[in-house]
Design a protein around this ligand. Structure first.
Ligand SMILES: Nc1ncnc2c1ncn2[C@@H]1O[C@H](COP(=O)(O)OP(=O)(O)OP(=O)(O)O)[C@@H](O)[C@H]1O
Ligand SMILES: [Mg+2]
Length: 476
């Protein structure tokens, strides 16, 4: 070993080794050695780099490199056609909901109502708002969109809206005023002191020559009851003064009062819009839109499997369609089979499982082994429909005409609550409610049940595809 020494030359990156005996030779030979070592080091580094995964599409959504083929294109198109991690922004990708949109538009333009849209998580509220906003902008409305957070405050929300209102639309300024020409906004007129509801109403009532839609999305995340009360008072003030500003609120809730306090005072001024689960026809349309965009073909059995597993939730429909399409493309196919849908559920389960603790996963496993799968699936559906917390009466309604199912589930619920692992019980003023210990559990349990139902109905779903199919249930 002493035959080898490390060179003292300071260089960046890995230090090459050279033979000591060669030091005495001519400069040219030493330089040649150095070049050889450098070349070897560089080629090793290049090989290592090649092993690292790379982005397959550029930031401008173009396939990268010369090796673009129909599968690379399909993969890219799929990620643009189904966007489970993002709301739909492009109206061309928006499926169904045309009655809901019509109701919204008519209420806003014919009745000048403010809107409160509510529904379960992932039902499509934000997508609906984006598509409505687009339609409003086409009708020359100004739209100011705010995604609320836990610490949202009234003053900050009003200033954000005011910033979106150019002074050319202000009664006291107008398009020919120097301030209007300069591009000043309503926000420039507001002093530094925190705004009261009255001051905000006064300022917004000055809007003229246009109409403004003030959108407050994710309103359920707001923690301040003062903020909620101020918004209710603002709605009342804007309505009473026939302002050209309309408020649109959206958030997770199973009823209106859960989302906005003080509803009685504004009852006549608002459209309360529950956003329901999609019909099967609408979920089919969602799949078809993605299919047309991506050049993939979903077999009829694959469509049916997605429709059943999605259970009217656009989030699940989009997620499973996306994963199933990717599964087909990864096997150099453009036709999506029921086996791809099975694999897509497995993949979704693996993703969900990362967010759930080992204890909880273990308890689910034993419940399934004891035959509690159907009861857990029913409970997960109830929890999703109720936006998290469900009550005992809803337990019975989940098994219409099958009292034994309700009794079995009630027993399971009591046992799970006593164990403090899967379910929690809360005693509230409105009665006893139950909630899963983790927000990701309802979707996880639903997908588990959907996969086992799919495999019962279509046995060929299992095993036809090579990867990942059987991992999800067996490892829980
Ligand atoms: N009408 C639709 N057509 C196609 N895809 C939709 C539609 N509505 C929703 N989606 C898809 O469903 C998923 C959830 O949608 P969105 O974010 O709008 O729901 P949300 O109700 O606002 O969710 P959250 O409660 O988490 O705020 C997204 O992936 C979106 O792409
Ligand atoms: Mg949303």
């Amino acid at each position: 070993m002493g035959w080898f020494v490390q060179r003292k030359t300071v260089r960046k990156g890995p230090q090459p080794l050279v033979l000591e005996g060669l030091r005495a030779e001519s400069e040219t030979e030493a330089a040649r050695q150095e070049r050889l070592v450098a070349t070897t080091t560089a080629s090793r580094a290049a090989k290592r780099l090649k092993r690292l995964p790379v982005f397959r599409a550029s930031a401008s959504d173009q396939p990268r490199g010369a090796a673009s083929d129909r599968f690379t294109d399909a993969r890219l198109a799929l990620s643009l056609a189904f966007t489970p991690a993002q709301p739909v922004i492009d109206p061309a990708l928006f499926a169904g909901r045309s009655d809901t949109l019509t109701t919204l538009i008519r209420s806003i333009e014919d009745q000048r109502l403010h809107v409160i849209a509510y529904g379960e998580r992932g039902i499509g509220k934000t997508s609906l708002i984006h598509v409505l906003s687009q339609a409003a902008r086409e009708a020359r409305y100004l739209v100011s969109y705010t995604s609320c957070g836990a610490d949202s405050a009234f003053d900050e929300a009003i200033r954000a809206v005011a910033n979106d209102i150019p002074l050319i639309f202000h009664k006291d300024y107008g398009p020919s005023s120097p301030e209007g020409e300069r591009g000043d906004t309503l926000a420039d007129l507001l002093g530094p002191a925190p705004l009261s509801v009255r001051q905000a109403t006064d300022a917004l009532t000055k809007v003229t020559g246009t109409r403004l839609l003030m959108v407050l999305d994710e309103f359920d995340r707001v923690e301040s009851s003062e903020f909620r009360l101020s918004i209710a008072e603002l709605i009342k003030g804007l309505s009473d003064r026939a302002s050209r500003v309309q408020v649109m609120i959206a958030g997770v809730a199973r009823n209106l009062t859960e989302l906005v306090d003080h509803v009685p005072s504004i009852q006549r001024n608002i459209l309360a819009l529950p956003v329901f689960r999609m019909t099967d026809v609408e979920v089919r349309e969602l799949i078809q839109i993605g299919e047309e965009r991506s050049d993939l073909r979903f077999e009829e059995a694959a469509r049916n499997a997605i429709v059943t597993a999605a259970n009217g939730l656009p989030y699940l429909a989009s997620l499973l369609s996306h994963h199933a399409g990717l599964e087909a493309v990864s096997q150099s196919r453009l036709d999506v089979t029921v086996a791809d849908v099975d694999a897509s559920i497995s993949r979704a389960l693996v993703e969900q499982r990362r967010r759930i603790s080992k204890d909880v996963l273990g308890r689910i496993g034993t419940s399934m082994d004891e035959g509690g799968g159907a009861a857990l699936a029913g409970l997960s559906n109830l929890a999703q429909l109720a936006g998290g917390a469900f009550d005992v009466d809803e337990l019975a309604s989940a098994w219409p005409g099958r009292p034994e199912g309700a009794v079995r589930t009630r027993t399971l619920v009591e046992r799970l609550v006593a164990e403090h692992v899967l379910l929690e019980r809360t005693h509230a003023t409105c009665g006893v409610t139950y909630r899963f210990a983790d927000d990701g559990l309802p979707i996880y349990l639903w997908l588990l049940a959907a996969q086992s139902r799919l495999r019962e109905r279509v046995p060929r779903a299992r095993g036809e595809t090579g990867r990942g199919v059987s991992t999800a249930i067996s490892s829980t």
